[in-house]
Design a protein around this ligand. Structure first.
Ligand code: NI
Length: 265
């Protein structure tokens, strides 16, 4: 069973790298040859039954993951849950879903058309988690969605794939503080998400997070090509709970700012 999980994450990682060239460079920069441990991997979806959070989570639950936390983001119109595996070396998975009914009719029509275009057989296969975009999209549709929800525009453009991977700073041999990791990244020319400060969270909430801004990648729309934000890389340092074990949940106020890593720069 664990071989299957590892193979799945390998495929998700490769697909993520194919649209996130900076992640490959950062991975080499921080790992110095050793394998990095991922704190979590994040996915985005629409709350339409065919592709909703639960339907994505099914693939993970089959592989031994369990639901461990729920989150709500009122302004961004998102709900989210996180999942953990009994093997602590496997990444936690954070899945969010957009409350489509809260968008305009115009945006809902585009999203419903996209979801209708997805092959149901693909959704029921593990490959769905790294299938990318399997529908057509015009630059006009992209812009219509972007006006209302950066999240909707991102998902319509990139489809089903990791939105980000997250390095576990607790497992890095050469760094102890998140500040050190951030400094190394800035010294190497990477731009960090500064929304809510470079570091979101603190020791009190038992989780500190930072992230790069998403790479800008040329995308083929039906009518033209545009450079748009793809994916980003996140860094997480976890702190112990009063019982001594590391906190394994997420902090909604911090995640809210991390979502903005795919905003246009
Ligand atoms: Ni994250």
């Amino acid at each position: 069973m664990s071989l299957n999980v590892e193979a799945l994450f390998k495929n998700i990682w490769q697909q993520y790298l194919s649209v996130t060239p900076s992640a490959d460079k950062i991975h080499q920069l921080l790992s110095s040859g050793d394998d990095l441990i991922n704190d979590h991997v994040a996915f985005r979806t629409f709350n339409i039954a065919k592709v909703n959070l639960e339907s994505l989570a099914e693939h993970l639950i089959e592989l031994g993951y369990k639901e461990c936390g729920q989150y709500h983001f009122e302004l961004k119109k998102l709900d989210a849950k996180h999942f953990e595996h009994s093997n602590p070396e496997l990444p936690k998975v954070f899945i969010s879903e957009l409350m489509v009914e809260k968008l305009s009719t115009e945006a809902q029509i585009i999203i419903n058309r996209i979801v209708a275009d997805i092959d149901s057989n693909l959704i029921s296969s593990n490959e769905f988690l790294y299938s990318g975009r399997t529908w057509e999209l015009s630059s006009q549709e992209y812009k219509t969605l972007l006006k209302e929800s950066e999240y909707a525009a991102w998902l319509a453009t990139w489809g089903y794939q990791a939105n980000h991977f997250t390095v576990s700073v607790n497992h890095l041999a050469q760094y102890t503080a998140l500040e050190q990791v951030n400094q190394r990244l800035k010294d190497s020319g990477f731009s960090l998400n500064t929304s809510g400060g470079e570091i979101k969270g603190n020791v009190e909430v038992m989780l500190e997070q930072s992230s790069t801004m998403a790479d800008s990648i040329e995308v083929e729309f039906t009518d033209t090509q545009l450079k748009v934000p793809s994916c980003f890389y996140e860094f997480a340092k976890r702190h112990p709970k009063p019982c001594g074990n590391l906190y394994t949940g997420f902090v909604a106020a911090s995640a809210d700012k991390i979502f903005e890593s795919t905003n246009q720069q």
